[in-house]
Each structure stands twice: as C-alpha cells, then as structure tokens.
Ligand binder design. Structure first.
Ligand SMILES: *Cc1c(COP(=O)(O)O)cnc(C)c1O
Length: 354
C-alpha cells in the first residue's frame, strides 16, 4: 500500500485521559486522499494534522455533501493495538457514499488506510481502562461550483482523537425523551446513511430535550409517526417479557455495528432476539405494566448505555426502577471485553494493527 508519510516536526503532548473531553484533542497526523472524476482516488498520504483548505463555494460548504464513520482503536492488555470490525465501517461508508452520490473506496483499501494511519499514530492509543483512540473517517465533495451536477472532486480524510472512559463515574441510566414533533429520517431519505446532514437536522430536538433535562431523544418514524426508531446517535434495544427486541432496519434507521454485534452476542447466550416494528404505544404500555424490563442504547462511543426513564407527551416511565438491568450490564461487559482484548475474540471481529 503506497501511502506517502510526512511526519510532524512538532509532536503534541498527550492529553490527560481522565479529563480530556470527547472529540476535542486530535492526534499529530491525519490521512488524506483526493478524488477526481478523471483520476479516481489518488495521492493517499499521512500528513501533520492541520486545517483543510476549502473554497467558500465548495459543495461541502453549500450542500453538505458528506458522509462519515466512527470506530475505535483499542489497546489490549498485552499492549497490542486492534480495530473493532473496521470492514463493517468501510462497507457502511460506501453505502452512505452511494446514497449521497459520493465516490466509494474499495473496502480492503479503506481498511488498509485505517490500519496504516493507526500504525503511524500508535502512541496515541491510550492504555488506561475504558480509553481508546477514536477514528473519524469522512468523505466530502469539493467541487468549486454552486451549480448542481454530479461531483468531480472529493476528499477522503481520517482524523483521530484519544477518548476517555465514557462513564468515568460508572455506567448511569439516562433519561430519554420520545420526540413527537421533529423527525430524523424517512424511508427513501438518508436515515440509513451516516451523513452529517442527518445530525444537522437533529440538533434542534436534541437541544430542546437537553434543556428539559433529558440526555437524548428517541426518534419515531417519519411516515406513520408511531414506530420507535433510534436514539440521537445510538440504536436502541429493549428487553420485553424476557425477549430482546430492537427496531428493524426499515431504511430510516442507521444500521449500527454495535447493534449488529449485540444481536449476535445475545443470541449466542441463547436469548430470543427479534428485529421488528415497535410502536410507541406498545412501549409505553409495557413500560407502565413492567413488561418492559430493560432498555438501553448501543453505539461505538458508549458501547452500551442504559435507559433509566422514557418520557412521552405528559408520561414519564421509570424502567427497571431506574437501575441498570442485568442484560444491559452483561452485554456491556461481554462486548467491551472482546473490544479491549481482555477475552479471546470468539467471533474474529478484531483486526490487529501492529
Ligand atoms: C453511528 C450511529 C449509530 C451507531 O452505530 P455504531 O456503528 O454502533 O457506532 C446509531 N445511530 C446513528 C444515527 C448513528 O449515526
């Protein structure tokens, strides 16, 4: 793999992992590659982390043509560095790119670039418990032109930031608001794509929820406005009458890799796990009766985050007495043990970097 490497002349100090806020402190380098309609992808390189040059009229600035990924490099107890299912991120990035008319990158090549980049930034993968190096690969269109036409130019970039333990004081059940006004996505729209625009449109409701003391919103479907879809940047799972259920991938739900991995794990435990439509009405009724035994969110950042309370209109339902459920906790322990290499990887999910 031919990647040009230009090392920084002024390496930064590593942050204090106990206090570094998420997504603010970046490693010394970044990966860049350019695309043109004539040449395809060209000039893969690792260079010092620096601001990007973008024309004010560029497609990314005017029309938000961007897709991104999020994954982590973990330090194992033996000091090795590994990525968790990076091929899944690469495949999803291409699915997102296709939806947004952005150019795709060969999956093996993309994984190769991620590995090469992490190899260069190896010292930035922290070893304190619960910490990791978060990778943010993204593709954006960069045509210097306001007219709407198929893109001629694009950029692929990977940046990385060391992230601390998501739950420095232990896992805490979160209060979640079921959003009934704004919608995040509709079938046929861009809900299944990991694109910046989805987040831009979600900020308003997120802000409102936060002001009212909730940590996130739970979105409902944009067509019939009655099915539960997912949380802000995490998928959602429930334990109802002893069974695991999660909203099915209907086109407007983001196909999370943590969701997919969690489903495989709970099925391996011998639990019944079903992907189906779940109405808000059913969920609230089950929360009130106690049939809803546990609720949690899943995503790369937190891995697993318990839901302690669900609010909808004027109802507020406490779940499992506001405590972390047994399955929630077991899933967190099992999945994080695989990711950090504390137990053998029985699924072959990890990709070693060095
Ligand atoms: C990234 C993301 C998720 C979680 O996906 P993971 O692959 O598990 O990190 C869920 N929902 C949305 C909207 C996302 O952007």
């Amino acid at each position: 793999m031919d990647v040009k490497i230009v090392k920084t002349q002024s390496p930064k100090a590593k942050p204090d992992m106990a206090t570094v806020p998420f997504g603010t402190y970046f490693s010394d380098h970044m990966f860049l590659m350019d695309y043109s309609i004539d040449k395809g992808w060209y000039d893969p390189r690792i260079v010092p982390y620096a601001p990007l040059e973008v024309e004010p009229c560029s497609t990314i600035m005017q029309y938000a043509s961007e897709v991104f990924e999020g994954l982590k490099a973990y330090r194992t107890p033996e000091g090795k560095v590994q990525l968790f299912r990076p091929d899944e991120n690469a495949k999803r990035m291409n699915n997102s790119a296709e939806r947004m008319a952005l150019p795709k990158i060969d999956v093996d090549e993309m994984v190769g670039y991620m590995k090469k980049f992490v190899e260069v930034e190896k010292d930035w993968v922290p070893s304190d418990p619960g910490t990791s190096l978060y990778l943010r690969p993204f593709i954006y269109a960069d045509d210097p032109c306001l007219s709407l036409h198929p893109y001629h130019k694009a950029v692929f970039c990977i940046i990385a930031c060391p992230v601390g333990n998501y739950f420095p004081d232990g896992m805490k059940p979160a209060p979640i608001l079921i959003e009934k006004d704004d919608v995040r996505a509709v079938r046929g729209g861009t809900g299944f794509a990991k694109c910046g625009g989805n987040y831009a449109g979600a900020m308003h409701a997120g802000e409102r929820a936060e002001k009212n003391g909730f940590s996130q919103v739970l979105w409902i479907d944009g067509v019939e406005r009655k099915y539960v879809e997912e949380a802000g940047g995490m998928n959602v799972m429930f334990k109802i009458n002893g069974e695991i259920v999660t909203p099915e991938l209907n086109g407007s739900v983001l196909p999370g890799i943590t969701r997919k991995s969690s489903l495989e794990i709970v099925k391996d435990w011998g639990m019944k796990a079903t992907e189906r439509l779940i109405t808000v009405e059913e969920l609230i009724k089950d929360a009130e009766s106690g049939a809803l035994e546990e609720a949690w969110m899943v995503g790369t950042a937190a891995v697993v985050c318990p839901i302690g309370e669900l609010a909808y209109e004027d109802k507020r339902c406490v779940i499992n007495g506001g405590k972390i459920g047994e399955v929630t906790n077991k899933l967190y322990e099992d999945l994080t043990a695989i990711q950090w290499g504390r137990v053998p990887d029985r699924y072959g999910w990890n990709v070693t970097v060095d």
